[in-house]
Design a protein around this ligand. Structure first.
Ligand code: AMP
Length: 272
């Protein structure tokens, strides 16, 4: 496995790969969720490239950029064991320039939900993924449904900018009790972790109800009864194109939650 610390090293490495390339972009602190994307990429491609980069432009002032978990050595070990061919580990200095050209998330769907609570977040995500796509030139790129709005916007960017890349949607990996795996879960203490479980429980309950009831207000009430969080930022019902909906549409609905438990901001969702 090659560790590629600069864009130039990655470009050189990529030039020598003859065959399909699966790409898994991450911010590191790898867990089973990331690993499931890597394994899928491994199965479906001749080569796999993983990037590990805590991208500063997707963090807002006051967010957890500085304390975001960084575990490069452990991450490299995980990648090696998973049979990854190249790991790209750049730093902000070699990824960004002063006063550079930026891309903007779409005005509506980039600024609702996550984009509303984290304005500018998706500009940063799309900027870095754009760069990463140009560097890795993947055949397929793997993204988790855990970050459903991000996945939607990346698919839109691929369409709008005519990238010749297949975006592969990957299921959310959960702990046995249902908690969605996230690098940020390590911020939770024991009681917070228990309360955080109410998020996946509310989503599961909503999924069950939605097989019988299509009325969103009724489902939302049930969810609010289950949720035990400190700050509920949103419960949202959208279709697969992130249009808000008034009734559950079977096979075309995503229910999303963002909430803070203690100081930790968590997101989760369920596709219905
Ligand atoms: P991150 O390191 O948080 O930027 O995540 C990198 C990729 O892993 C993104 O495509 C995420 O959606 C995906 N991911 C994060 N958590 C999970 C999970 N629990 N299950 C599946 N994929 C995940």
């Amino acid at each position: 496995m090659k560790v590629l610390a600069t864009p130039e090293e990655l470009v050189q490495f990529r030039r020598n790969l003859k065959g399909s390339v699966g790409f898994v972009p991450t911010m590191g602190a790898l867990h089973e969720g990331h690993l499931s994307l890597i394994k899928k990429a491994k199965k479906e491609n001749d080569f796999v490239i993983v990037s590990i980069f805590v991208n500063p432009t997707q963090f807002l002032p006051g967010e957890d950029l500085n304390k975001y978990p960084r575990k490069l050595q452990a991450d490299l070990e995980i990648c090696k064991r998973a049979g990854v061919d190249g790991v790209f580990t750049p730093n902000p200095q070699n990824m960004y320039n002063e006063d550079e050209i930026t891309i903007k998330a779409p005005k509506i769907k980039g600024y609702i939900l996550e984009g509303h609570f984290r304005p500018g977040h998706f500009d940063g995500v799309l900027q870095v993924v754009n760069k990463l796509f140009n560097l890795t030139k993947p055949t397929k790129a793997y993204f988790g449904k855990k970050d459903a709005q991000q996945l939607y916007l990346i698919k839109q960017m691929v369409n709008n900018f005519f990238f010749d890349i297949e975006i592969v949607e990957c299921e959310t990996k959960r702990e046995k009790d249902g908690l969605a795996l996230s690098s940020r879960n390590i911020y939770l203490n024991e009681t917070e972790r228990k309360r955080a479980l109410s998020i996946s429980k509310a989503l599961k309950r909503a999924a069950k109800l939605s097989s019988k009831i299509t009325d969103i207000e009724t489902i939302k009430k049930e969810m609010l009864n289950i949720l035990d969080v400190d700050e509920l930022q949103y419960i949202a019902f959208v279709d697969r194109n992130f249009n808000f909906i008034k009734e559950i549409e079977p096979n075309n609905t995503i229910i999303l939650i963002a909430a803070k438990v203690g100081k930790t901001r968590l997101i989760d969702n369920i596709f219905i």
